[in-house]
Design a protein around this ligand. Structure first.
Ligand code: TTP
Ligand code: MG
Length: 352
C-alpha cells in the first residue's frame, strides 16, 4: 500500500532539550546529560551544540569533558523525562489510537484515512506549542521509510517519503541505514562488496544469508523500500498462565512446589523474550472435593525471572494448603504487565 499513512516521531536530543527548556540560560549551550556529574559514567545524550564537539550518547563522561570542557554536565533526571514522555503520548493519542511507542521519545503512528502530512505538521506544532520541544518527523507509506525519514533532517526535521521519493533516495543510501544492520553487519556486507541499498536489493539472497542469516530476505525487501509490518499499538495488559491436572491427587507440598518451579520457568521464558515484567503472581488450586482457591501477590517491584515468580508462588502456596485435602489441579499465572516500551522499563534497559 503506497498511501502515506505512517508517521515516525523522534524527539531531538531529548533529555538535553528538556533540560535546556527548563533552564533557559542553557539554551544554545553545549549540554551533556549523563549518568553522573562526576567524571564517571557515560553520556545519555548531548545537545546539538555539544554534538559539534564530537560528543555523543554512550561515550564516557571523561571523554566528553575532554572534547568540550566548557559544556554544562547535568545528571539524568529520569522522572522528569518520563513525565514529558507521558505528555507526548497524550498528544499522539489525540490523532489516533494506533500508536506504537518505541522508546521514551519515539513512536510510530498509523493515521490511515487522514491526511498524514497534515497530521504530522499539526503534531509538530502541538509538541512545540505545548511542550516547548522540537521533534523530527518522518511521513511515509511504511514504518521503515517513516523512521528513515525522521532521521534525515534532524533536528526539527520534517521529511515526507513518497513512492517516487523513495525510488530516488534509496539506491545510494549506505547499508547501515537499513533497520537492524549494525556496525558489525555493515563491515561484513562491505567486505562482500555491498555498500548501498541498491547493492543489497540486487544481491543474491544466498550471499546475503552468509551475513544476515534468516533476515536476508527481509533486508532485501527493506532495501527496496518494502516493509509490511503494521503499526502495533500497546496491547492492553494481559496474563500468561500454566496449569495442570495432576495424575494423582496429592497433599505433598514438595510435589506441588516442583510444579510451581516448572511453571515459573516456563512463564519467565514467555515474559523475557519480549522483555515484559509482571507485577502480579497468582496461584490457583483445585482440591479433591472440587473446591477452588486462588491467591495473588502484587509487588511494587515487577520482575520476570523464574526465581521472582517462584518465590512469590511458593509463599502463596503455603497459605493455601488445607490439612486433610488433596490437590487435583495446580496453576500459576502472571499479570499486571509492564511493557518494554514503558519509560521505566526502557530506563531499565539502558542501565543493563
Ligand atoms: P535518542 O532518540 O536516541 O537520542 P536523542 O533524542 O537524545 O537525540 P536525537 O535528536 O538524535 O534523537 O534517545 C532518546 C533519549 O534516550 C536520549 O535523550 C537519552 C536516552 N538515551 C540514553 O540514555 N542512552 C543512550 O545510549 C541513548 C541512545 C539514548
Ligand atoms: Mg530522540
Amino acid at each position: 500500500m503506497s498511501e502515506l499513512h505512517v508517521i515516525h516521531i523522534d524527539m531531538d536530543a531529548f533529555f538535553a532539550a528538556v533540560e535546556q527548556r527548563d533552564k533557559p540560560h542553557l539554551k544554545d549551550q553545549p549540554v551533556v546529560v549523563g549518568g553522573s556529574s562526576q567524571s564517571r559514567g557515560v553520556v545519555s545524550t548531548a545537545s546539538y551544540e555539544a554534538r559539534k564537539f564530537g560528543i555523543h550518547s554512550a561515550m564516557s563522561i571523561i571523554e566528553a569533558r575532554r572534547l568540550c570542557p566548557d559544556a554544562v554536565f547535568l545528571p539524568v533526571d529520569m522522572n522528569k523525562y518520563k513525565k514529558v514522555s507521558v505528555q507526548l503520548r497524550r498528544i499522539f493519542s489525540r490523532y489516533t489510537n494506533l500508536v506504537e511507542p518505541l522508546s521514551i521519545d519515539e513512536a510510530f503512528l498509523d493515521v490511515q484515512g487522514q491526511d498524514a502530512v497534515e497530521v504530522a505538521r499539526s503534531l509538530k506544532a502541538a509538541i512545540k506549542g505545548e511542550l516547548l520541544l522540537t521533534a523530527s518527523v518522518g511521513v511515509s507509506y511504511n514504518k521503515f521509510l517513516a523512521k528513515l525519514g525522521s532521521d534525515m533532517d534532524k533536528p526539527d526535521g520534517f521529511t515526507v517519503i513518497t513512492v517516487d521519493r523513495a525510488q530516488e533516495l534509496l539506491p545510494s543510501l549506505p547499508v547501515r541505514k537499513i533497520w537492524g544492520i549494525g556496525p558489525k553487519s555493515e563491515i561484513e556486507l562491505n567486505r562482500l562488496g555491498l555498500y548501498t541499498f541498491a547493492d543489497i536489493a540486487t544481491a543474491d539472497v544466498l550471499l546475503l544469508q552468509k551475513v544476515l542469516g534468516k533476515r536476508a530476505h527481509e533486508v532485501k525487501l527493506l532495501a527496496r523500500g518494502i516493509d509490511q509490518r503494521p503499526v502495533e499499538p500497546n496491547q492492553a495488559a494481559k496474563s500468561f498462565g500454566e496449569e495442570t491436572t495432576l495424575n494423582h491427587d496429592t497433599g505433598d507440598q514438595d510435589i506441588l512446589l516442583h510444579y510451581l518451579q516448572d511453571f515459573a520457568k516456563a512463564l519467565s521464558e514467555r515474559l523475557q523474550v519480549p522483555s515484559i515484567k509482571a507485577k502480579t503472581v497468582t496461584v490457583k488450586i483445585k482440591f479433591d472435593d472440587f473446591s477452588e482457591c486462588s491467591r495473588s501477590k502484587t509487588t511494587q517491584d515487577p520482575g520476570n525471572t523464574a526465581e521472582y515468580i517462584y518465590t512469590a508462588a511458593s509463599r502463596l502456596l503455603e497459605t493455601m494448603i488445607k490439612e486433610g485435602h488433596r490437590v487435583r489441579l495446580i496453576g500459576l499465572q502472571v499479570s499486571g504487565f509492564l511493557m518494554p516500551d514503558e519509560p521505566e522499563q526502557i530506563w531499565f534497559d539502558f542501565l543493563h
